[in-house]
Design a protein around this ligand. Sequence first.
Ligand code: PRP
Length: 212
Amino acid sequence: MITIALSKGRIFEETLPLLKAAGVTALEDPESSRKLILPTNRDDVRLIIVRASDVPTYVQYGAADLGVAGKDVLNEHGGEGLYQPIDLNIARCRMMVAVRNDFDYESAVKQGARLRVATKYVKTAREHFAAKGVHVDLIKLYGSMELAPLVGLSDAIVDLVSSGGTLKANNLKAVEEIAPISSRLVVNQASLKLKRATIQPMLDAFAQAVKQ
Ligand code: PRP
């Protein structure tokens, strides 16, 4: 049995065509089903539905053989025990630093101000500001980061930006790109060795489908 870990929403939807190219069709939709283990057209392949940030953990421990996870999530996890063979080029967005429209980020950085930064992506933010030599106090949040500068919790946020609509609606502006983000296929290293006969053709089909 091959178990593939996916999260609901954009990653699930954009992975479906790639699965199809590998001969796998989901028999249920996680948006309408409350089941967390979904059967496929193949008796030897099943999908499990987990939180996006939990995908690397399921694959690391071998509870899933394969998974699809954003680079944002993989950087926070660290990627231990994971083979990351293919950038699937899906669920694309950007990891950005953003501030209030009336906040002069450039000057604050030039003056060496110590910045309060709210984010779900603490490791990513720590690495980014350390590389820039900017001193920051990081405040861990679990969502709705855009609110933090509006109510005085932080000077800046580090968050994913896709259309930019959420920043705009909250009078925030992006001031720095940290990294372009897309989702990667992740594979448990032991699974790849033990189940190579089944997994390798799937990897080849994914790679081929991504190229097209
Ligand atoms: C993400 C991100 C932003 C928003 C950006 O949140 O955290 O809030 O999308 O998208 P936009 O630039 O198109 O407005 P998401 O809706 O994925 O929920 P989350 O807070 O649970 O990550």
